[in-house]
Structure formats: structure tokens, C-alpha cells
Design a protein around this ligand. Structure first.
Ligand code: HEC
Length: 93
């Protein structure tokens, strides 16, 4: 078991698969990775989301299961949501 100080910034999913999903499904609007140069100014980057929006695994997975009206509902599976949350939270490190 990892100490709470580590587990509370990481989600249970697979961040590598989350990155693949993010590049496929989220990069049209969000800057999802450091090497991505195109994105929309009006949409927060994943690093910003991880660092400044105060999300943890529970609130992030909750958001992705029932997204904000400004965002399309992508009908992600629980597994995809978990992997995406894991990847997004890893960007805040
Ligand atoms: C069609 C454009 C679009 C796509 C595609 C998109 N988003 Fe978003 N997303 C937005 C916008 C716009 C906002 C800002 C909403 C706001 O601040 O009101 C946002 C906000 C967010 C937030 C932060 C919400 C908050 O309250 O701070 C998260 C987390 C997020 N998106 C995750 C994702 C993930 C994960 C994907 C891919 C599975 C994705 N988005 C795909 C447009 C998009």
C-alpha cells in the first residue's frame, strides 16, 4: 500500500492508455501533452486542469462520466474514464 500522499494524486487507471485516449478524443479542444502545439486557448490544458482546478480521482471520474454541458458526452467506458483520469492527474506532478 502506498502512502496517502502518493495515492491521493494518482488514479487507479493506466496513464499510458489514458494518454492514447486523450490524444484521440480530447486533443481537438484540450492541449493534452507537452509536444502538442495546437489547441484552443479557451479550453484549459490537461496540465492546468491537474494543477489548478482541484480535481482528485473521484471528482475527475465523476466529471467525465457526466461531462459539463460545454463538452460533448463521449460515452466513455468506466475503464477509459479511469485511464484518462489517471493520465490527467499525472500531468500535475
Ligand atoms: C469539443 C471540445 C472538447 C472536447 C473534445 C473535450 N473537451 Fe474537455 N472541455 C471543453 C471545454 C470548452 C471545457 C471548459 C468548460 C468550462 O470551463 O466551462 C472543458 C473542460 C474540461 C475539464 C475541466 C472541467 C472543469 O470544471 O474545470 C476536464 C477535466 C475535461 N474538459 C476533460 C476532457 C477529456 C478527458 C476529454 C477527452 C475524453 C475532453 N475534455 C474533450 C471542451 C472539450
Amino acid at each position: 500500500m502506498l502512502p496517502a500522499s502518493i495515492t491521493n494524486v494518482q488514479a487507479a487507471g493506466d496513464p499510458a492508455d489514458g494518454e492514447r485516449l486523450a490524444r484521440q478524443w480530447c486533443a481537438a479542444c484540450h492541449v493534452v501533452a507537452d509536444d502538442q502545439t495546437n489547441g484552443t486557448e479557451a479550453v484549459p490544458s490537461f496540465t492546468e486542469i491537474a494543477k489548478t482546478r482541484g480535481f482528485n480521482e473521484a471528482t475527475l471520474t465523476g466529471f467525465l462520466a457526466d461531462p459539463h454541458p460545454k463538452m460533448p458526452d463521449m460515452s466513455l467506458t468506466n475503464r477509459e474514464i479511469s485511464n484518462l483520469a489517471s493520465y490527467i492527474l499525472s500531468r500535475g506532478n
